[in-house]
Design a protein around this ligand. Structure first.
Ligand SMILES: Cc1ncc(COP(=O)(O)O)c(C=O)c1O
Length: 366
């Protein structure tokens, strides 16, 4: 969709990357790191400084004691963290439970391990799941459940009660949980992010994946990390070493500074996106969509029923041609494309000018 958006000179609300500058203080730290010659391979699982900064973050924010020497692996974004975690733990024919709709990468991630996906539906409008359906997805072949919270594409933030249900199943069936927490700090309307790892009995069976990409608006830097118990980290580090060796050295250095920013940075981040969420939500409603208000992350899923169009993909191309706005067709997030055929996803990690221009253009659809 990004390539098509360029062909149509469209406002790109498809791929989730910011069109505004990254924080100056972080960019300056990266420039300084290059000048200071942090330009060679680092320890494959991350510089000691960065692993200490990551451990300090989890201690400060959740009171979690994480050993920087044996429980943290720095990798090239959470994209690599997720595939490294799966390749390190899943064997062919193992089953991986995933909530659907799901972030597109989890499809290829599981295929590359030869594992099978067991999908559990999240249902609009609040994207809740049926506990019986979740239980039925677990069995003796289940290796792990992948949990994304805040969730892409729906913006759902899993509640403590929901996390407790998931944790209970992980304990009962002796399975791992791999949590993608990349939108950890992008929360609205009082929603709270609770790492699954902090729940009883989950510390030793949860692999937490996170990155700098979304929190610090640096999706191109490729710095992420995986937190897991020493035995799991040991396997993940081996896979990571052969996948990418190390995350870019100067960016790791800048990440040390980023992780030390004070609470005001995170408050501003959430406020920054709240205004944008509300602006895009209003534009979508005015243009005739049926948007679902997200509690976290920076996407809005929207129903396209009112346009009486034959399928999400054709609608997305029609919207490019008629309005010059790009979105992601909903079917990209479902195994059976029909399940997403009446949905599209917009992102709002954009300047207000970009969102206002999109809002004006979307009115052409009416
Ligand atoms: C849920 C989720 N996980 C991972 C990623 C990729 O993150 P990274 O840039 O850290 O590889 C994205 C990007 O959109 C995402 O939405």
């Amino acid at each position: 969709m990004t390539r098509l958006a360029m062909n149509y000179d469209a406002v790109n609300l498809a791929q989730g990357f910011p069109d505004f500058p990254a924080p100056e203080v972080i960019k300056e730290a990266a420039r300084a790191a290059i000048t200071a010659d942090h330009n060679q391979y680092t320890v494959t699982w991350g510089t000691p400084d960065l692993r200490r900064a990551i451990a300090a973050k989890y201690d400060r924010e959740y009171g979690l004691g994480v050993d920087p020497n044996s429980e943290i692996t720095v990798c090239c974004g959470s994209t690599e963290g997720m595939i490294a975690a799966l390749l390190a733990t899943a064997n062919p024919d193992d089953e991986i439970v995933i909530f659907e709709p799901f972030y597109e990468n989890y499809g290829p991630d599981t295929w590359l391990c030869g594992a099978r996906r067991r999908l559990v539906k999240l249902r609009a409008p609040d994207w809740s799941f049926d506990p019986d359906e979740l239980r039925a997805a677990f069995n003796s072949r289940t290796k792990a459940i992948v949990l994304t919270s805040p969730h892409n594409p729906t913006g759902k933030v899993f509640t403590r009660a929901e996390l407790e249900q998931i944790a209970a199943l992980c304990r009962e069936f002796d399975t791992l949980a791999i949590t993608d927490e990349i939108y950890e700090h992008i929360l609205y309307d009082g929603a709270e992010h609770i790492p699954l790892l902090t729940l009883p009995g989950m510390r030793e069976r949860t692999i937490l994946v996170n990155s700098m990409s979304k929190t610090f608006s640096v999706t191109g830097w490729r710095v992420g990390w995986v937190v897991a118990a020493p035995d799991l980290s040991d396997s993940i580090r081996k896979v990571h070493d052969f996948l990418t060796v190390n995350s870019p050295a100067p960016m790791q250095q800048a990440c040390v500074l980023a992780l030390g920013l004070d609470a005001a940075f995170y408050r501003d981040l959430a406020a920054h996106y709240l205004g944008r969420r509300d602006a895009l939500f209003a534009s979508l409603t005015e243009a005739g969509f049926h948007p679902f208000r997200p509690a976290g992350a920076y996407y809005i899923m929207a129903g396209i029923e009112r346009f009486q169009f034959d399928g999400d993909q054709r609608f997305a191309v029609h919207m490019l041609e008629k309005a010059g706005v790009a979105c992601v067709p909903g079917s990209s997030f479902f195994e059976d494309p029909r399940d997403g055929s009446r949905l599209v996803r917009f992102c709002f990690c954009k300047k207000y000018e970009t969102l206002e221009e999109a809002g004006r253009r979307l009115l052409r659809l009416r």
